[in-house]
Design a protein around this ligand. Structure first.
Ligand code: B1M
Length: 213
């Protein structure tokens, strides 16, 4: 891996937002692809933070400071990742399920969806099943995307799907799920239409689902 990306990873781990921003710009100036800067620089740093958080070597404040550094880099990448003049692919309602406050991955998914031409209605975090239902009725999206980062909030994806059925809206949307603890098998078990392991594949999957109908 390039030295620049290693330095970027270190800047995220250290929570140095100014440096993370500068190195992101430098990486782009060196001609490194924006998706590589994101994955091998910024997300790589956040992964190390996750391991240290789990091991209780660092705590919530340090994690938030690292997340802020990552966001600084992501904002610089945003126009390059989102692309320009992409034809409209459809509408997606997106949110992190109830009980879960993690939004970094969900925000990346939103950005990549915009990049392939989706209009994104981002409901934010801690989204109750009835709020998703309201958004389906209000915006008539092609897709709903749910994110969960906690094993304890994964069941909320199933509850949300059940709320869709109870409200009679399940047949009107395709549902895509994702987030670190989620996998293909779980997605199938709860009756979602698809699972994506990362933001880029979520956007590809969303496009494929809209095309196949
Ligand atoms: Co939290 N946290 N956290 N945390 N946190 C994890 C998830 C954890 C794995 C850390 C650990 O122990 N190693 C652990 C969960 C354990 C478990 O459930 N098995 C955990 C815990 C326990 C907690 C708290 C309970 C801690 C506490 O208070 N005791 C608490 C819960 C709060 C709550 O939600 N109710 C908590 C709080 C927090 C912070 C607020 C400090 C902060 C969140 C800040 C924010 O999001 N604004 C935070 C963070 C940052 C993390 C880690 C370190 C990093 C998550 C992240 O942003 N990753 C995380 C450890 C880890 O994951 N390594 C951890 C970077 C991001 C780009 O990746 O979100 O996975 P990710 O998204 C990816 C894919 O998953 C996928 O695409 C994204 C990009 O490629 N994806 C989708 C995501 N959503 C998708 C949707 C799709 C498709 C793909 O379709 C719709």
């Amino acid at each position: 891996m390039s030295d620049t990306l290693k330095q970027l990873t270190e800047a995220v781990i250290a929570g140095n937002a100014t440096l993370a921003g500068k190195i992101t710009e430098q990486a782009l100036a060196e001609g490194i692809a924006p998706t590589k800067v994101l994955t091998d620089g910024l997300i790589a740093g956040m992964s190390v933070v996750g391991v240290r958080f789990k091991a209780e070597e660092i705590f919530v404040p340090e994690v938030l400071i690292a997340a802020r550094a990552m966001k600084t880099g992501v904002e610089i990448l945003r126009p390059r990742l989102a692309g320009e003049a992409v034809p409209m692919a459809g509408t997606i309602v997106l949110g992190t399920v109830q009980g879960d406050l993690h939004d970094i991955g969900k925000n990346l998914v939103a950005m990549m969806m915009e990049g392939v031409g989706f209009k994104v209605i981002d409901l934010g975090v801690n989204v109750a099943p009835e709020r998703f239902v309201e958004a389906i009725n209000e915006h008539e999206p092609d897709l709903v995307g749910m994110s969960a980062l906690l094993t304890t909030t994964m069941p909320m994806m199933k509850e949300t799907l059940e709320a869709f059925k109870a409200a009679g809206v399940r047949g009107r949307v395709k549902v895509v799920v994702g987030g670190a603890p989620v996998n293909e098998n779980f997605a199938r078990q709860i009756g979602a239409d698809g699972y994506a392991p990362d933001a880029g594949s979520a956007a590809d999957l969303a496009k494929a689902l809209v095309v196949t109908g």
